[in-house]
Design a protein around this ligand. Structure first.
Ligand code: MG
Length: 274
């Protein structure tokens, strides 16, 4: 009788709480669970991981300097790592005073090497006393993966956005026409701006459909401006972005046709990631 009463009480309480009785029954032990201690019996060492050991990377003298495992794409001396997109001929932008200056008649340049996932550091400067307004003021860009000639690819916008109004998904540090930056961290013309980028390339299925989109995280002068943004496809000036399957790709710098004075780049390095 006592037992019977107890069961009734259990049923009643269970019903009152809205939980089915079976949910209170202990789950059957999964196969191979014998080696897993119950949570209350775990020791600190049970959750320690010792291998594989991360590789040692010697950082640069400053956080802007290339770490020991970086590929230096431009160190102020020459454009040996770059070609003109048009014709794939040696890059003909100008190297002067340790910086590279956009040579607008030469068009875009891109790396000889191709990349998939990476960390990229680069610095750019819009010249002091620049001219123009909106998109026609210090416009350039970093195509995080070039997918063809011209401006084909995924553009991280470069622009003078220091007190220069334009559409927000086209200002500096935007993913052009897709994602405005989370903040405007632009330094004024004549000063150097820094982009630090983590790029995860898109992955495609055998039939060319998207398995996973591209993701990008960007710091502009140390300020987080793109936070693991999932790209909608390649950059387009007019219309909606979409993906076309591709493999490892060059990184491309834009020679924009606006009449403002050409901008400069320096200290470009990259670390390939798994
Ligand atoms: Mg641009």
């Amino acid at each position: 009788m006592r037992h019977h009463f107890s069961l009734l009480t259990t049923l009643f309480v269970s019903g009152a709480l809205g939980a089915p009785l079976y949910a209170q029954a202990p789950a059957p032990a999964p196969q191979g669970a014998a080696a897993q201690p119950a949570a209350g019996q775990m020791k600190p060492a049970d959750t320690e991981v010792w291998e594989p050991v991360p590789k040692v990377v010697t950082p640069g003298a400053t956080d802007s300097a290339a770490p020991s495992d970086a590929i230096v794409l431009f160190d102020g001396k020459n454009l040996d790592e770059w070609v003109n997109v048009k014709g794939q001929t040696p890059a003909t932008w100008l190297v002067q005073d340790g910086v590279m200056v956009v040579h607008k008649p030469s068009g875009n340049i891109e790396t000889k090497r191709k990349f998939t996932n990476y960390q990229l550091h680069l610095e750019f400067r819009v010249p002091a006393g620049t001219t123009g307004a909106g998109q026609a003021r210090g416009n350039s860009g970093v195509f995080l993966a070039s997918t063809g000639n011209g401006d084909s690819g995924y553009e991280l916008q470069v622009l003078d956005s220091y007190e220069n109004k334009t559409y927000v998904n086209g200002q500096a540090a935007s993913i052009y026409k897709q994602s405005p930056p989370l903040a405007n961290a632009s330094r004024k013309p004549g000063e150097w701006n820094v982009y630090d980028v983590a790029w995860t390339a898109p992955v495609f299925n055998a039939d060319g459909t998207v398995k996973s989109p591209a993701f990008v995280t960007v710091f502009h002068n140390g300020v987080l401006v793109q936070n693991h943004f999932a790209l909608k496809g390649g950059t387009v000036y007019i219309g909606k972005p979409s993906y076309t399957a591709h493999g490892p790709s060059a990184i491309k710098l834009q020679s924009h046709g606006d009449p403002s004075p050409p901008i400069s780049f320096r200290n470009i390095w990259i670390r390939e990631l798994p």
